[in-house]
Design a protein around this ligand. Sequence first.
Ligand SMILES: *Cc1c(COP(=O)(O)O)cnc(C)c1O
Length: 346
Amino acid sequence: MKFDLNRLVRENVRELKPYSSARDEYISDGSKMVFIDANESPYSNGINRYPDPQQHQLKTLLAKTFSLSPANILLGNGSDEVLDLIFRAFCEPHKDNIITMPPTYGMYKVLAGINAIENREVLLTESFELDVDKILESKNSNTKVIFLCSPNNPTGNSFSGIHIENLLNNFQGLIVIDEAYIDFATKSSWLNRFDQFPNLIVTRTFSKAYGMAGLRLGVCYASEDIITILNRIKPPYNVNELTQRKALQMIQNTALLEEQITEILAERDRMVRQLAEINYINKIYPTDANFILVKVDDADKRYKEILESGVVVRNRSTQPLCDNTLRFTIGTPKENETLLKILNSL
Ligand SMILES: *Cc1c(COP(=O)(O)O)cnc(C)c1O
């Protein structure tokens, strides 16, 4: 069967006439025009004008960085908004379903709930790998999207490229690969594979390696056709002026970004070696991200002890396949040292 994007789009979205904002027509930036079209305040203070709804400057920079076209990019108020837009464009409430692979990022399930979409869960294998046969068995004609998180949160591993490619080739719905942690990974990204896989969507965020969780900026990369559909339903001014400006400025400092990633990776290796020496840590899972999942003797007890010493880690024990696990984010060398001291004192 051939991939048919039109079949996947919700009927109301297909027929929707998008809101046309004043700033869609002209961009005020650097222009000599007089703008009295949008009922804004005329008094300049840096933010009195509506932001560029298509974020041209940011997209141009990202497109150049990743050898794509701006038409392959949609920006959102965090990747959470981007993921929500995917639901709203393609998943019909009370009718369609998605597939997720726990243990994984919690937002896919929450968004499915909000959008009244059935979430079909297919557990990862014991080694946290995709169970491709089970995933393909659990789909039906109303399965619109499969959400993969690679590197996966909270397990830390990237999935096998062969498994992912197998899914891309054998599923006629959309496959979202959430690459929130890709900057820490050794495995290569799925960006630039849109020509080969028209059903592929890659999401990224500026909240992790890029150090801008407070800005709320997420990115969706996909074929032009998919981006066009998402553009029809996004709120016109979903990425505010301050976010666009600050992100532009920070993204250009690639030296700082690389330096920080290098330090996080070195610290991650050091932490893995040190954690291996602690007798109540029974397992350290392989990681391709900026965190480490460990299995301890009694996660609730250790979590409390660490907390009482002034450090907040994440207890993932309630997640399937994650009994007695804690997740440690890699901090600064000093923060990591603090955690190690506490762990060694227990
Ligand atoms: C942290 C994280 C995100 C980031 O979401 P934002 O809304 O962009 O901050 C996305 N996906 C995964 C798997 C994450 O762990």
